[in-house]
Write a protein of this length. Structure first.
Lengths: 141, 201
């Protein structure tokens, strides 16, 4: 595992809690689209690609808030995005300040308990990620 | 082209600096090609087939063989040295996608602006967005080998570039040329005083 300035592999044990039956993989990413930690059936290169894709998805989702609110109210906050495929689901959930968790599951996942578990994990991650340094700040001379 | 040894696919076990950069520029300038060429991992693309309806809005300026366009992002990774790993985020060129920039630009240390000599003015918009954000940038002229590239002094004048801003010419299909373009940007970013100001902010 590399130790660049964004990755925090020590958080992986926390993320491992999402690995219920029918969960393929999960990635925690910073708002800038770089991987914080990843788990499950995914290579390092694919975790990088998944994270970039999720960051873009989150950007598009946030841009869509404009179309989901009362014009008199403040902009609604984005909480999660769910994508359904023939072959499964991808969940993208806010996990603390400027961090997100993406989870890939098969179609057979038990939605109720799974989403409950995912939200419990982002709660814990959110507390831990409150201390996340801004990416790229700490190791450049 | 292609004579350069291919980069390592797995990151070795040393301390790394992740450098996030944007690859920006107008519609159909070659951003996806650039990321494709330079990435050491299989790049991520979000391309959609262009529709007939879009022809009114997205002017192809005689580029006839383009059938798809990026709608969300291109992503690629490239290890530049033992210490620097580049994460490239290519953004859609059309004005209507600018609202998605907020997230994609987050944490980026710099941007490489691709430009086409046949329509330099199409890159002006994106440059002013970068200047407004205070994001360091470099300009790379994509050399399609079809028209003659004017002297750099003329190009600098057209873009109104400060002397320290790098300007390079490169063929987006050439691996070492794209690497040189990125290196010029990274060197500029690392030398940029703005960067230090933003970090301490």
């Amino acid at each position: 595992m590399s130790t660049n300035t964004v990755r925090r592999p020590e958080l992986r044990w926390m993320l491992d809690d999402v690995l219920l039956p029918e969960v393929r993989s999960a990635v925690v990413l910073a708002r800038d689209g770089l991987v914080i930690t990843a788990t499950g059936e995914i290579s390092e290169a694919d975790a990088d690609r998944f994270a970039a894709c999720l960051a873009s998805l989150r950007g598009s989702s946030a841009a869509a808030t404009e179309f989901c609110g009362d014009s008199s109210e403040a902009q609604p906050a984005w909480n999660q995005t769910l994508i359904e495929f023939d072959t499964g689901y991808i969940f993208l959930i806010a996990a603390g300040p400027h961090a997100y968790m993406g989870v890939s599951t098969t179609k057979r996942v038990d939605m109720g308990p799974a989403t409950q578990r995912f939200h419990a994990v982002v709660q814990k991650l959110g507390t831990e990620l409150g201390t996340l340094p801004r990416s790229g700040d700490s190791d450049r001379s | 082209m292609g004579s350069e040894p291919s980069g390592e696919v797995y990151l070795p076990d040393t301390v790394r600096t992740a450098v996030k950069v944007l690859v920006v520029g107008p519609f159909a300038v070659g951003k996806s090609t650039f990321v494709n060429t330079l990435s050491e991992i299989e790049p991520l693309h979000t391309e959609e087939t262009m529709t007939r309806d879009g022809a009114v809005v997205d002017d192809l300026h005689g580029i006839t063989d383009k059938t798809t366009t990026t709608v969300a992002l291109d992503f690629g990774r490239r290890t530049l040295s033992d210490r620097v790993v580049l994460y490239m985020f290519g953004t859609p060129g059309q004005q209507r996608f600018l609202s998605m920039w907020e997230d994609l630009a987050h944490g980026a240390l710099g941007a490489l602006v691709l430009a086409d000599v046949a329509r330099l003015e199409d890159s002006f918009d994106v440059i002013s967005v970068l200047e407004d954000r205070g994001l360091p940038y470099g300009v790379a002229i994509n050399d399609f080998n079809t028209v003659e590239i004017p002297p750099h002094e003329e190009l600098r004048e057209a873009f109104d570039l400060l002397p320290e801003i790098p300007l390079v010419t490169c063929d987006a299909r050439d691996r070492s040329a794209t690497a040189r373009a990125m290196v010029s940007l990274v060197e500029h970013v690392l030398a940029s005083p703005l960067q230090h100001a933003r970090e301490s902010a």
